[in-house]
Design a protein. Structure first.
Length: 434
């Protein structure tokens, strides 16, 4: 009874920490479970709860009972871009968190089914941006938020099969995609038309997509396992609304119009090994790659209102702010991540975990802006796990330290500078088996 009360108190404090944490992360990787996060982030070959099956659907065949699990993850981070000693851009820190949940049924030792919800991507940025103008001898300051948000929710029905030491899992992935931007654009005739010199452009687009995943794990013996998975990318046209007050104030046009744009996610593959050094200590190595280089190289925004289109500048790029009216470049490159984790199981059923991951950004030099500031990162993680009767609780925290990237002014006269960031992700999983 004392142990259960202590465990409840620790979990309550940890969940409260996640709820009140500040957030704003510029990485696109999913956080599916606290245990995997603590062990470097992916843990393809190891046993984890069902919420992590988005990374490897074969994980369902590690279970011998029925059960359900859920995850809560907080995201905290700040991005920086320094263009000179006296010109430092820093993003806001705002509140955000995500989660996952899954239910699984194991009718036999060779067959399993599950239904899992995950946040497949949770990309969120919010920067302050200001510019001043001399209007009739009065200096006026105009301030805006530069924002980018990509949230991809996925529901995955999973089937698993076991053939001796080989477990195989397949899933269909049903995605709901939200892609949002907010950035300033200029009014080139502001000195003659008496309107504001700069206005906020807001875009909010949504759509549905379908993909698939296949994964495996294979136990060579009780001490050595391998596992891996392949997850399809998807290409989908998103639609929604664009809002800008400038055309209304200048020409009495509609403030809002429909907008369409293509959206793509890459093919993703990963593999890992798990080696049990002794009865208490194990080590895992994991590698993942995402083929971002095969996705679209720009967002082509198509507006429904032809009056808007006719009123827009002929050039795609706004000459005042550097942002894009129509074709926003997203020239991503293939990236990879490599991770290592250690787990120590104490005699009191406590599990202590440590991990490291190197993450290479998909950004190219042509992609960098306040909307896409991500850099290569070192991730350091730790966590604990505890089993009590039919419950299993995993708590972890990961911190990333960005590797500064200097984008030269001759490459981009608007978004040059030294980019850097940091992130903090606490996570908790609770699983119940029956």
């Amino acid at each position: 009874m004392y142990i259960s009360k202590k465990l409840f108190l620790i979990s309550t404090i940890f969940i409260s920490t996640i709820y009140f944490i500040f957030a704003g992360s510029s990485d696109m990787e999913p956080v599916t479970s606290g245990k995997s996060l603590a062990l470097g982030g992916y843990y393809f070959a190891g046993t984890d709860d069902i919420t992590s099956a988005f990374n490897n659907p074969a994980r369902i065949m590690d279970f011998t009972k029925n059960g359900f699990a859920f995850n809560i993850t907080g995201r905290s981070g700040r991005q920086k871009c320094r263009q000179s000693e006296n010109d430092l851009h820093r993003s806001f820190i705002s509140t955000d968190y995500s989660g996952a949940a899954g239910l699984y049924w194991i009718p036999s030792s060779s067959l399993g089914f599950a239904l899992v919800y995950n946040r497949a991507a949770d990309y969120s940025l919010d920067w302050p941006w200001a510019i001043s103008f001399d209007q009739s001898g009065t200096e006026r300051l105009y301030g805006f938020h530069v924002t980018a948000q990509k949230r991809i929710d996925v529901i995955s029905p999973i089937a698993g099969f076991r053939f001796g030491p080989l477990g195989i899992g397949v899933s269909a992935n049903l995605y709901r995609v939200n892609n949002e931007f907010g950035f300033p654009v200029g009014n080139y005739d502001w000195e003659t038309n008496q309107a504001d010199p700069v206005y906020l452009m807001e875009m909010n687009m949504q759509g549905n997509a379908i993909g698939w995943s296949i994964g495996f794990n294979y136990a060579f013996n009780s001490n050595f396992k391998v596992g891996g998975s392949l997850r399809s990318g998807f290409s989908q046209k998103l639609d929604g609304d664009a809002k800008n007050d400038m055309f209304f104030e200048l020409d009495s046009l509609a403030e809002t119009t429909g907008i369409e744009s293509d959206f793509e996610m890459p093919l993703t593959g990963g593999m890992g090994i798990l080696y049990k050094i002794n009865k208490n200590l194990s080590i895992n190595l994991d590698f993942i790659t995402q083929l971002w280089g095969n996705t679209i190289t720009s967002y082509e925004f198509n507006y429904n209102d032809t009056a808007w289109v006719n009123r827009m500048p002929k050039a795609s790029k706004d000459s005042l702010t550097g942002y894009y009216w129509t074709d926003m470049p997203v020239d991503f490159k293939n990236n990879f991540e490599i991770a290592i984790g250690l787990e120590y199981k104490a005699n009191n059923d406590m599990h202590y975990r440590f991990g490291y991951r190197y993450s290479k950004t998909p950004n190219s030099e042509q992609t960098y802006s306040l909307l896409y500031p991500d850099v290569n990162q070192h991730w350091f993680s730790t966590g604990i796990g505890f089993e009590y009767e039919n419950y299993l609780i995993d708590m972890s925290c990961a911190y990333s330290n960005g590797i500064e990237n200097d984008i030269k002014e001759n490459n981009d006269s608007y978004f040059y500078g030294k980019y850097d960031n940091w992130s903090l992700l606490p996570s908790i999983n609770i699983e119940y088996k029956f």
